[in-house]
Ligand binder design. Structure first.
Ligand code: PMP
Length: 358
């Protein structure tokens, strides 16, 4: 191995991150509820842009993503000059780790935080550090206590994956203000659109110079397979990340389809309304069956079982019925199952199988 190759995360981590297959041999009624995808898929405008995007494939794509950034800026009310686009928010998370954390540095996140923080920190040669949580919600005091002079990045997802919980903005601001000067706070807003009234932390980004926000087209916009995400931050951070970004990190297809998706208000509204309706419905059903659920602001619910064995057995019962949900032992929650909010028929099937199992 060449000395300059940094240690890579274990293949097991990556396999766990990839989620379930959408196929179970011999069945045609399988529903995948394991990766928090939009059950309605992409909207019509994105589908049409995808069909059109086959033209001019011999041309290299835009290097500055100006059109998509302008559309994002207009849609979310942000300064387009401080937006960076990447292959999923995963790529933005990876750029942040590559740019700001290396050997000897620490990357901090909370105990049940998204797996990519650890994977990207390790890939950058930095040390991942998980701070303890309270009641499964990121605990600002614990994060502040764990931060030190080696801490370069602090990640929190709001709403959090896999719990669905939110840290109030006053707490997030307290975290931003209490961190050591060299540490950047990253607000991962992969599920931000689902939390009514939440701006993903954009206002805080504008008020501080140590806060960055990451967002994605993979969830609400139904484009997980397209791989488009973006970041918004202070100019000095965006300039650094742009130096790491390859000039053609997004294809013309990715750029065109993502931009079209932003303009599809009908699809966005339908996805939000149905998610809120079925999230309330499913949580109430699970609670009535005797399962606790964390208060979710995302497009999934976390159902808590008595113990890991019960969660495991329920997962098998769901699989036997063609329903793929996510076991979250890799997040340190072996007694829970994370269930993406599907369409109404999928939610009814899930509730039915779990009720019969209990
Ligand atoms: N952050 C969180 C909290 C997520 O759950 C996910 C997707 N599972 C991502 C980031 C990455 O999403 P993507 O790379 O598809 O934008």
């Amino acid at each position: 191995m060449h000395a300059h190759i940094r240690p890579q995360p274990g293949i097991l981590d990556i396999a766990l991150y990839q989620g379930g297959t959408s196929k179970i041999a011999g069945r045609d009624d399988v529903v995948k509820l394991s990766s928090n995808e939009n059950p309605f898929g992409p909207g019509d405008m994105a589908r049409q842009a995808y069909a059109r995007a086959g033209h001019d494939l011999h041309r290299y794509p835009s290097t500055d993503h100006a059109s998509l950034r302008a559309a994002l800026g207009a849609h979310f009310g942000l300064d387009a000059g401080r937006i960076i686009c990447g292959a999923g928010s995963d790529e933005i998370i990876s750029f942040l780790c590559q740019a700001y954390a290396g050997p000897g540095d620490e990357v901090l996140y909370s105990q049940h935080g998204f797996l990519m923080y650890r994977i990207s920190a390790m890939a950058a040669g930095a040390t991942p550090v998980a701070a303890p949580e309270q009641e499964r919600t990121a605990d600002v005091d614990a994060l502040l206590a764990a931060a030190n002079k080696r801490t370069k990045l602090v990640f929190i997802a709001n709403p959090n994956n896999p719990t669905g919980t939110m840290i109030p903005m006053e707490e997030v601001a307290r975290l931003a203000d209490g961190l050591p000067a060299q540490a950047l706070l990253v607000l991962d807003g992969a599920y931000a659109e689902y939390a009514a009234g939440y701006d993903g932390g954009a206002a805080l980004v504008d008020q501080r110079d140590n806060v960055v926000m990451t967002r994605t087209f993979s969830k609400l916009f139904g484009l997980g397979g397209l791989r488009v995400g973006w970041g918004y931050g202070p100019q000095h951070v965006i300039d650094v990340l742009n130096r790491l970004r390859g000039p053609f990190n997004l294809s013309s297809m990715q750029l065109d389809v993502a931009e079209a998706a932003l303009g599809d208000a009908a699809h966005i509204n339908r996805s939000l309304t149905e998610n809120a309706r079925m999230r309330t419905w499913l949580a109430a059903k699970l609670n009535a069956i005797g399962l606790a659920t964390d208060a979710s602001y995302g497009n999934f619910v976390l159902a808590r079982f008595r113990d890991a064995a019960q969660a495991d057995a329920c997962n098998s019962a769901l699989l036997a019925d063609g329903l793929i949900v996510r076991q979250v032992g890799s997040y340190g929650l072996p007694e829970a199952l994370r269930i993406t909010i599907g369409d109404e028929s999928a939610c009814r099937r899930v509730a039915h199988v779990i009720a019969a199992f209990m």
